[in-house]
Design a protein around this ligand. Structure first.
Ligand code: PEP
Ligand code: MN
Length: 335
């Protein structure tokens, strides 16, 4: 249920309404937007008579929300959410490019790549220390040692860092991490979502599961938000279809579709979506034009020798050339 307030509603009336809702075991989420102030109600609203609420002086209208996602719903929060990643803003017209290797391999590797992508205009650094690999025999990431290397690259470049948390038992190692990535394979690890949501308000980059629907992605965001963390960024990284020419299938219509359904920023990952370095720039450019709030791109200084996802990794030179095109699209104001 959402309650639309009148423009002239007095603060004391609003506070009275919030207390009334809380006394009925409803958690109110107030969103003071540019056009309208909205109170989203989370909890069992079946015992509330909308007519009684509508009769209050401060209230313009009461609407039921059909969708199962509430806090993530655009109806709850009409304005775009802007997620602040240690000073780098994503959403609401703020555009960001996150870049770096699939996995951290050495301090020299991550620092070299970090400096290169920063020089080309990246605003955040990615790098995996805990890697979800299909095969138990593949490189699993450097773990804590890798995180320390990523922190060294953060110190050297000043770029906020994004890295994947696979197991909540590792959360204390993430104190100086700026954005926690929840990977595609963990999108429906509901315990992990609840634990992260209740432990921290740090931004979470939530990747779409490879067989998840858009509604399932939004329900996973809802888990994090309902647990107390509103700073969620939705990441489209392609889904599995019958197609084999690309690693996954990227449906860019997801970007405007998500923007319509939700106020959360939408990040596009053309690296995992396509699986091939030569496809990354065209999809990144298209994602920028269609309105993505951020891109996340895999970049490696020596892709043929990368320990993970080398085939889809751009070289720093490819990344630099792509960034020039992205700036052209942004400056053209298409999105
Ligand atoms: C990654 O970002 O390197 C990764 C493993 O992504 P995904 O979870 O989308 O497969
Ligand atoms: Mn990868």
């Amino acid at each position: 249920m959402i309650i639309l307030l009148k423009k002239e509603a007095e603060e004391s009336q609003v506070q009275g309404l919030l207390s009334l809702l809380e006394s009925k075991n409803i958690t109110p989420h107030i969103s003071r937007g540019s056009m309208q102030t909205v109170i989203g109600c989370v909890g069992d609203v079946s015992h509330i008579d909308p007519g009684l609420i509508e009769a209050l002086d401060a209230v313009e209208a009461v609407q039921r929300i059909q969708e199962p996602y509430k806090a993530a719903n655009r109806k709850f929060h009409p304005d775009d959410t802007v997620v602040d990643c240690s000073g780098v803003k994503v959403g609401g017209g703020n555009f960001s490019v996150i870049a770096g290797p699939c996995s951290i391999e050495s301090e020299e590797q991550i620092c070299t790549i970090a400096k290169a992508v920063k020089a080309s205009g990246a605003t955040m650094l990615r790098g995996g220390a805990f890697k979800p690999r299909t095969s138990p025999y593949s490189f699993q990431g450097l773990g804590k040692a890798g995180l320390d290397m990523l922190l060294a690259a953060k110190k050297e470049t000043g770029l906020p860092i994004v890295t994947e948390l696979m197991d909540f038992a590792d959360i204390e190692l993430f104190n100086d991490v700026d954005v926690i990535q929840i990977g595609a394979r963990n999108m429906q690890n509901f315990n992990l979502l609840k634990e992260v949501g209740s432990y921290t308000k740090k931004p979470v980059l939530l990747k779409r599961g490879m067989s998840a629907t858009i509604q399932e992605l939004l329900m996973s965001a809802e888990y994090i938000m309902a647990s107390g963390n509103p700073n969620v960024m939705l990441c489209e990284r392609g889904i599995r279809t019958f197609e084999t020419v690309t690693r996954n299938t990227m449906d860019l219509a997801v970007v405007p579709a998500l923007h319509r359904l939700s106020h959360l920023p939408v990040v596009v990952d053309p690296s995992h979506a396509t699986g091939y370095a030569h496809l990354v720039a065209p999809v990144a450019v298209a994602a920028t034009a269609i309105g993505a709030d951020a891109l996340i791109i895999e970049v490696h200084n020596d892709p043929p020798h990368a320990r993970c996802d080398g085939v889809q990794s751009q070289t720093p030179a490819m990344f630099d050339a792509m960034m020039k095109k992205i700036r052209t699209v942004r400056n053209a104001g298409l999105s």
